[in-house]
Design a protein around this ligand. Structure first.
Ligand SMILES: NC(=O)c1ccc[n+]([C@@H]2O[C@H](COP(=O)([O-])OP(=O)(O)OC[C@H]3O[C@@H](n4cnc5c(N)ncnc54)[C@H](OP(=O)(O)O)[C@@H]3O)[C@@H](O)[C@H]2O)c1
Length: 300
């Protein structure tokens, strides 16, 4: 349980998930959001010093190498941020008796199941990114007694993913459609797309419960990338040329699971409300980005 003296350090507060974690923080205690330049997790010695100075009871780490395809060509860089730096954070948290909350991915699974993966299913990643994220999960849990690993998937949020070039799938689709481009989107990979604002609220509930171990948090339901794109266009009243393609035909450098929907067994056991379904979450996201653009236009 979190008490009034909690000092919660959020690493990556300018990122897609981090931004929503920062704006939904509602626990007793203080939230501290050091900037990347003030706490670079790759500079392990200085990061440990910075954390010691901040005196956290909880450290949330959203920093990641999440360029999935680029990780195939540069696995060492993915492992440095997604695994080795996490191991060092875990060591520091253990020394400070702090809880480490670390974020991972549905891509730790190989996608051979056709029902949602539970927290008890055994990971078996297909890509360098997935392997690096699994190594990070393992180091977090081996080195820190109070480690909470939260797996998320297919994120969309108004801050957009810094590690994906300042975009997310929804923005990429809208941008290409508005340029009048014909779109080919993978139809044989099924996932749970997730609105980071909804996830962030659930994350704080899990942190407040004091649970340690692995926990899945995604928006409800499942869909393919192709059907997700179709729903984005329907809601925005856009009619681009949209063709379903097989992943093999699309030919991305990294292999991705054909099915990576995450079940919410731990949330249910903890009695925490599961995030709403992805259709409703997507509509809320599109409404939020419209409201933000209207404000930006008014202020300019
Ligand atoms: N995006 C997805 O669809 C997706 C899917 C499944 C799982 N995940 C996982 O979810 C988590 C959050 O993803 P996201 O999309 O929100 O990430 P993101 O937008 O790329 O944000 C990462 C944040 O970490 C900061 N950061 C990067 N390198 C750092 C370093 N060396 N030291 C300190 N801070 C650093 C970034 O700051 P700067 O911008 O200043 O570098 C940014 O604030 C990650 O663990 C990711 O693997 C994401």
């Amino acid at each position: 349980m979190i008490d009034r003296d909690a000092r919660v350090v959020l690493i990556g507060a300018t990122g897609q998930l981090g931004f929503d974690l920062a704006r939904t923080f509602d626990l007793p205690g203080t939230l501290l959001t050091p900037r990347h330049e003030e706490l670079d997790v790759l500079d392990t010695r200085r990061a440990a010093e910075a954390l010691r100075a901040l005196g956290p009871t909880h450290v949330l780490n959203t920093a990641a190498w999440n360029a999935v395809d680029a990780a195939e060509a540069e696995p060492a860089r993915a492992f440095a941020l997604n695994a080795e730096a996490v191991g060092e954070l875990a060591r520091t948290c253990q020394a400070l008796r702090a809880t480490l909350v670390h974020f991972s991915t549905d891509y730790v699974f190989d996608g051979t199941k056709r029902t949602p993966y539970t927290e008890r299913d055994v990971p078996s990643p297909l890509s360098a990114y997935g392997l690096s994220k699994l190594a990070g999960e393992q180091l977090a849990r081996e080195r820190c007694e109070r480690a909470l690993v939260i797996r998320v998937s297919g994120l969309f949020g108004v801050a957009r993913s810094a590690g994906k070039g300042g975009t997310n799938f929804v923005e990429t689709m809208l941008g290409l459609a508005r340029q009048g481009r014909a779109l080919r989107v993978v139809a044989d990979q099924v996932l749970g797309p997730s609105y980071t604002l909804d996830l962030a609220r659930a994350v704080w509930r899990v942190v407040a419960s004091g649970y340690v171990g692995v926990c899945h948090i995604t928006s409800g339901g499942e869909t393919s990338w192709h059907d997700f794109a179709r729903e984005i266009f329907r809601l925005e009243a856009l009619t681009p040329s949209l063709t379903p393609v097989a992943a093999a035909e699309y030919g991305a450098p990294a292999r991705r699971p054909a099915y990576s929907v995450l079940a919410h067994d731990v949330l249910r056991t903890l009695g925490i409300d599961e995030p709403r379904g992805w259709h409703e979450a997507l509509a809320a996201y599109l409404a939020e980005r419209r409201a933000l653009s209207a404000t930006a236009r008014r202020d300019s």
